[in-house]
Ligand binder design. Sequence first.
Ligand SMILES: *[C@@H]1O[C@H](CO)[C@@H](O)[C@H](O)[C@H]1NC(C)=O
Ligand SMILES: *[C@@H]1O[C@H](CO)[C@@H](O)[C@H](O)[C@H]1NC(C)=O
Ligand SMILES: *[C@@H]1O[C@H](CO)[C@@H](O)[C@H](O)[C@H]1NC(C)=O
Ligand SMILES: *[C@@H]1O[C@H](CO)[C@@H](O)[C@H](O)[C@H]1NC(C)=O
Ligand SMILES: *[C@@H]1O[C@H](CO)[C@@H](O)[C@H](O)[C@H]1NC(C)=O
Ligand SMILES: *[C@@H]1O[C@H](CO)[C@@H](O)[C@H](O)[C@H]1NC(C)=O
Ligand SMILES: *[C@@H]1O[C@H](CO)[C@@H](O)[C@H](O)[C@H]1NC(C)=O
Ligand SMILES: *[C@@H]1O[C@H](CO)[C@@H](O)[C@H](O)[C@H]1NC(C)=O
Length: 333
Amino acid sequence: MGCPLLWNAFAALVLVLLSKGSSLQGAEFGHVQDNITVLEGESVTLRCRIDEDVTHKAWLNRSNILFTGTDKWTLDKRVTLVNNNSSDFSIHIDNVQVSDEGPYTCSFQANNKPGLAHVYLIVQVPAKIVNISKDISVNEGENVNLHCLAVGRPEPTVTWKVQKYGLVSEGEFLDITEIKRQQAEDYECLTNNGVAPPDQRKVKVTVNYPPMITDIKNMPAHLGKTAILRCEAMAVPSAFFEWYRDDHRPVENDNTLRIKNEKTRSLLLFTNVTEKHFGNYTCFASNRLGASNASMLLFRPGAIQGRGTGLHAGLSAGMCILVSFSAFLLMMV
Ligand SMILES: *[C@@H]1O[C@H](CO)[C@@H](O)[C@H](O)[C@H]1NC(C)=O
Ligand SMILES: *[C@@H]1O[C@H](CO)[C@@H](O)[C@H](O)[C@H]1NC(C)=O
Ligand SMILES: *[C@@H]1O[C@H](CO)[C@@H](O)[C@H](O)[C@H]1NC(C)=O
Ligand SMILES: *[C@@H]1O[C@H](CO)[C@@H](O)[C@H](O)[C@H]1NC(C)=O
Ligand SMILES: *[C@@H]1O[C@H](CO)[C@@H](O)[C@H](O)[C@H]1NC(C)=O
Ligand SMILES: *[C@@H]1O[C@H](CO)[C@@H](O)[C@H](O)[C@H]1NC(C)=O
Ligand SMILES: *[C@@H]1O[C@H](CO)[C@@H](O)[C@H](O)[C@H]1NC(C)=O
Ligand SMILES: *[C@@H]1O[C@H](CO)[C@@H](O)[C@H](O)[C@H]1NC(C)=O
């Protein structure tokens, strides 16, 4: 039934119980507790080979009689005699359930001597995730508790992994205290019990944080040429960008100036720089967690730049000094 391995296992478990009517030998075999392993839902054959001297025979599930000879005692339709002939007394169980696990006994009598053969049926269930956290979105600094509950026989292991780092934790629960933006990942839960390939599922954790402007530069521009001012901002969810001039007037698209917004940056594209374009531009990036702004100059090379730049959020003082220094150098040209 789609499980050749299993059938091989069955083939290996041929209980040869009696050779030439020696019940003693049968009894000896009866001491060996063989295990037979089957997956839940599959079927299994419990073999009991006997010989013609056998006068009485029975199959038991624990102490419940399944068959005495060819008389069926159990009402369970899943249990049948495999072959009704004088040398084979095997039973077949269809659609094996976890409750079928336990000892089965083939009991017989030959030459007025009793014999027994035991087989222990082990029912396995592949590891399976039955309850896992949904994808979540949290704000930076919050605590995150993920769960991944798995079932299976034998009891499966549960681990959490992240592609980048590998194993992050063992067990069904993964707790992250004060999550940082770098910890926004697909957390993968894996469960395994060696019965079937591991079961795995992912939980996507999104960490929201306010925009942080990362890279701005003053740009020189030549009259009649093109120029670009860039404003890069890291943010989750993605930042919404706006541009302002010195006098807080919003910058608007016109036939020589275009605003191009992308996921992580906004561009001011000047297609034909004219006198009126020189000046101080402020990029304003916002999302529902906050905002950040930074200012930069579009300047004429060689022009006296008496003004520095105002970099407000997310830029270090060192950067400011560097920018001021560049402005100073420009003054020297
Ligand atoms: C059968 O399984 C039990 C545990 O399930 C184990 O202790 C025993 O050694 C096994 N016997 C054989 C013959 O494999
Ligand atoms: C099994 O075989 C015996 C005799 O060999 C016969 O009497 C009996 O009817 C058979 N049972 C079944 C279920 O075929
Ligand atoms: C009885 O059945 C077994 C298993 O199917 C088979 O190997 C054996 O040859 C059969 N014996 C007779 C006498 O039909
Ligand atoms: C074996 O016995 C158990 C109860 O002891 C029962 O739940 C199970 O269905 C039985 N299985 C078979 C194949 O008879
Ligand atoms: C899933 O597991 C969580 C954590 O143990 C529990 O709170 C929740 O009720 C479970 N959900 C379902 C549908 O079983
Ligand atoms: C740029 O603008 C100036 C003044 O408006 C105009 O004379 C010139 O032709 C324009 N250049 C281009 C490439 O459009
Ligand atoms: C540019 O504008 C911003 C915001 O109005 C201001 O804080 C900054 O000082 C200005 N920079 C220069 C060089 O004028
Ligand atoms: C720009 O950032 C500075 C410093 O964080 C802040 O004081 C100012 O209000 C911001 N400007 C705007 C228009 O949000």
